[in-house]
Write a protein that binds this ligand. Sequence first.
Ligand SMILES: [Fe+2]
Ligand SMILES: [Fe+2]
Length: 264
Amino acid sequence: MSELRAQARLALLACSPDDKLGALAEMGVDLPIDSGVDLVSGVAPAPGRPVRPTLVAPRLLKPRGLTSITGRATLVHALAHIEFNAVNLALDALVSFAGMPVDYYHDWAEVAREEASHFALLRAHLVTLGYEYGDFPAHDSLWEMAEKTRGDVLARMALVPRTLEARGLDASPPLRAKLAQAGDEVAAAILDVILRDEVGHVAIGNRWFAWLCAQRAIDPLVAYAQLAEQFRAPLPRGPFNHEARRAAGFTEAELVALERAAAR
Ligand SMILES: [Fe+2]
Ligand SMILES: [Fe+2]
């Protein structure tokens, strides 16, 4: 029988989407967990990804209108790419950080499984639009934050789930509305599933960020502001999805700080 974090490492390294989904399917909830083993030993594993999509600078990706099928496919592809990266990010949270409580690894394994299901839903929808994952270029800015925060699990929790995934909560409702308006009810329904699950992912980020702050006896608000600056988090931009952020466990003080940072 394999071990959860070792299996997560295999899934992280798998390149083709099918290999990655297959390795994840083997990552069962009943696997034993060795929280102590160092799986990176100075050399962080590069996340496996397919040869295509071609990775380009974000500014080279032109948004297209949603009235054409190609325009919609471009957007669905971009979302599938985000979810593919999210699978790798969740797996890396298990692989790169030893010494956390067992529940931490269960939480991020569950996130990895859900991200994989989001990717699979979007990829299947993309096929109905006449395209495959890999047919459009994509960018790599999500993984860059994983690299930057590799040295400290507190920074990872602050910057990835609590910043990048939380931005997804804000972005989701207007995007859903646009897709529904363009007549793509299937994509709109997929976004409903994703938003519901993403609230849980951000909640998990909040859970472990709070746990680490308590353990290190630091103030979460102060620590977050400091880490956002140190790691050059993308500047917050409203409007914010207060309802979803509250459901994910952000406090009123944190929401006020967010609005203030966005107004600066
Ligand atoms: Fe997701
Ligand atoms: Fe997520």
